[in-house]
Ligand binder design. Structure first.
Ligand code: PEP
Ligand code: MN
Length: 359
């Protein structure tokens, strides 16, 4: 957790917390949410006013009148207020109501035309804007959306990791795929990164573990959906927390830090890191030897006009390495991904030769 992210204009000397209902549904619901959250260190009250729904006919948000309810909630509780904008008309309405912060949703972040239109509508203002990850794990597209806003003169920017849509049935509504936010953080180290466990999980019982994992990965804060009575919520009912569940969750979370002052920790971790550095060198050495052999096999295949890709051999390799990995505490998905990556490079190396040989 960073001690000071004022460069981004966020009150981030502590964990940044966005909380509130998925959607603003009625004046009473917005006020009740705000009053329930007002006591507890929330950075801003969230509520969706315009809801991007997968299919028409579901609840698509209350529209403009919801902004007036949020404005009233702010006046009565002192909480800052923020909502999602998907088009210039939304931006104009939010600026008119003086919203404190805006965010670009996952579906909108996927479309550079929409992001550019939002950026153009924001030009000349300096409201803080958070950008959710696009639906697919395209880090360049996520960065591009942030850059479009920065180019329009927005200086207070942050990212929200809300998981990635997948055609596979997974435990989560949107797969966390942590390597995507970690890669964005590597490319934009100063950008505050907030996690939205509600949209990753889709079910409230999965939220605590994801929220804790985000903090363990040094995220700067959380956005959580909180509804006075999730059972009657008009959208995302299964993932919204009651205010009590929200406060219990926040109280249980453990904040980790990038460094520790303990000398014993420093010496033990540096020993272990040395070991890891040595093992990585060995790994690279073995990989380089393996590729050397792969190139020899490539030459042999080329001589005999044998295909680069050998489906049966590949299946054997996968089965064998996954089975061996299981006996060494290495998960199936890890071994599979590792072997896929090695195999992809092996094919590339054999094909370079083949294409060069054909010229
Ligand atoms: C939301 O925050 O309610 C929302 C629609 O999120 P996302 O853009 O992540 O789907
Ligand atoms: Mn939602």
């Amino acid at each position: 957790m960073k001690a000071d992210l004022n460069e981004w204009g966020f009150p981030m000397d502590r964990m940044f917390l966005a909380a509130g209902p998925c959607s603003a549904e009625s004046r009473e619901q917005v006020l009740e949410s705000a009053k329930a959250l007002a006591s507890g260190g929330v950075s801003f009250l969230r509520a969706g006013i315009w809801k991007p729904r997968t299919r028409p006919g579901s609840f698509e948000g209350v529209g403009l009148k919801g902004l007036a309810w949020m404005d009233q909630a702010r006046a009565e509780t002192g909480l800052k207020i923020g909502t999602e904008v998907a088009e210039p008309a939304h931006v104009e309405a939010c600026l008119e109501y003086g919203l404190d912060i805006l965010w670009v949703g996952a579906r909108t972040a996927t479309n550079p035309f929409s992001v550019q239109a939002i950026a153009d509508a924001l030009r000349g203002t300096d409201i803080p804007v958070l950008v959710k990850n696009p639906m697919n794990a395209d880090v360049g597209l996520w960065m591009g959306a942030i850059e479009r806003l920065a180019n329009a003169g927005i200086t207070r920017l942050g990212a929200i990791h809300r998981g990635f849509s997948s055609e596979l049935e997974t435990r989560y509504r949107n797969a966390p795929n942590w390597k995507a936010p970690i890669e964005l953080k590597r490319r934009m180290p100063e950008l505050p990164m907030i996690c939205d466990p509600s949209h990753i999980c889709g079910k409230r019982e999965l939220i605590p573990a994801i929220a804790q994992e985000a903090l363990d990965l040094l995220f700067d804060g959380l956005m959580l959906e909180v509804h006075p009575d999730p059972t009657v919520a008009l959208s995302d009912a299964e993932q919204q927390l009651t205010p009590q569940q929200f406060f219990d969750l926040i109280a249980d979370l453990k904040l980790s830090h990038e460094q520790s002052d303990s000398a014993a920790f420093a010496s033990r971790i540096s020993e272990l890191r040395e070991t890891v550095d040595g093992l990585d060198s060995q790994l690279l050495h073995v990989l380089s030897q393996r590729m050397e052999v792969v190139r020899k096999m490539g030459a042999l295949k080329m001589e005999q006009n044998v295909s680069t890709f050998q489906p049966h051999r590949w299946q054997e390799i996968v089965d064998d390495r996954v089975a061996k990995g299981a006996g060494m505490d290495l998960s199936e998905s890890f071994v599979l991904q590792l072997m896929q990556s090695i195999h992809e490079e092996a094919i590339r190396q054999q094909e370079i030769r083949r294409v060069a040989g054909a010229e």
